[in-house]
Design a protein around this ligand. Structure first.
Ligand code: ADP
Ligand code: MG
Length: 246
């Protein structure tokens, strides 16, 4: 594969919290347009991996490259690099005192200094993309959890990121709201956005993932297409995990 197609490269990444080894030598390449789903038990290092890619955590050792830019040890460019990566969390973290529209325009207006009318036009475009433009003037508390999470996705998209990271985006939602969020994510996957998604939604993994990665104890144990991973997982620990959640 041509090197220019590599969107994310993680090389021998280690992350320690005190004596605890959260990531223990992770190597990962994500190509442009790929959708990678990461699964694994609680505490296996999934969130820490995403947070290192986004530089919310500083790696103890190893390198991370976004396209051909090395982000580890590149403090000066940190904000520029971070703005290329959209992140969606389990908890949507919308500002309660701002409307939906204000939540989505905030970063553009403050960080990117885009004029209000232009920022609003961009925001409305992305709110339409996630099917929630009609709620632009509402406050977060007036929306369901699924709607709030779609707003959070629109907010990330409004930064025009090269990569979208999702950390258990449906785990805090009531069951009936999970599908509306997964459907939005499926659409983004089909549009060819590079995505790394931590989720327990195996239906999403089967439908959207180019590859599934199974992590345990801070390591990538297995990496395979969903077809192979779900029908014939190679490792004992992957099999044990799947038997618990399927
Ligand atoms: P996962 O997302 O797979 O559940 P995490 O990446 O959140 O796992 O955590 C991996 C390990 O690192 C866990 O043992 C967790 O307790 C620990 N950890 C994560 N963040 C911190 C932190 N900020 N300080 C100390 N330990 C942490
Ligand atoms: Mg986590």
């Amino acid at each position: 594969m041509n090197a220019t197609h590599e969107m994310i490269q993680v090389i021998n990444l280690r992350k320690k919290f005190g004596r605890l080894v959260a990531l223990d030598g992770v190597n990962l390449t994500v190509r442009r347009g790929q959708v990678i789903v990461i699964i694994g038990p609680s505490g296996s290092g999934k969130s820490t991996l995403l947070r290192c890619i986004n530089h919310l955590e500083t790696p103890t050792e190893g390198e991370i490259w976004i396209e051909r830019q090395k982000i580890t040890g590149n403090q000066r460019q940190l904000n520029a690099i971070r703005s290329q990566i959209g992140m969606v969390f389990q908890h949507f973290n919308l500002y309660p005192h701002l409307t939906v529209l204000e939540n989505v325009t905030l970063a553009q207006r403050i960080v990117r200094k885009i004029p209000k009318s232009q920022a609003e036009a961009i925001a409305m475009h992305h709110l339409e993309r996630v099917g929630i433009a009609d709620k632009a003037r509402f406050y977060p508390a007036q929306l369901s959890g699924g709607q709030q999470q779609r707003v959070a996705i629109a907010r990330a998209l409004a930064q025009d990121p090269k990569i979208m990271l999702f950390d258990e985006p449906t785990s805090a939602l009531d069951p009936e709201m999970i599908k509306e969020v997964l459907d939005v994510m499926l659409n983004l996957a089909e549009e060819g956005i590079t995505m790394v998604v931590v989720t327990h939604e195996m239906g999403f993994a089967r439908a959207a993932a180019d590859e599934v990665i199974f992590m345990d104890y801070g390591k990538i144990i297995e990496r395979a297409t969903p077809e192979v991973f779900f029908s014939q997982p190679a490792h004992e620990r992957s099999r044990a995990f799947l038997s618990q959640i399927l």
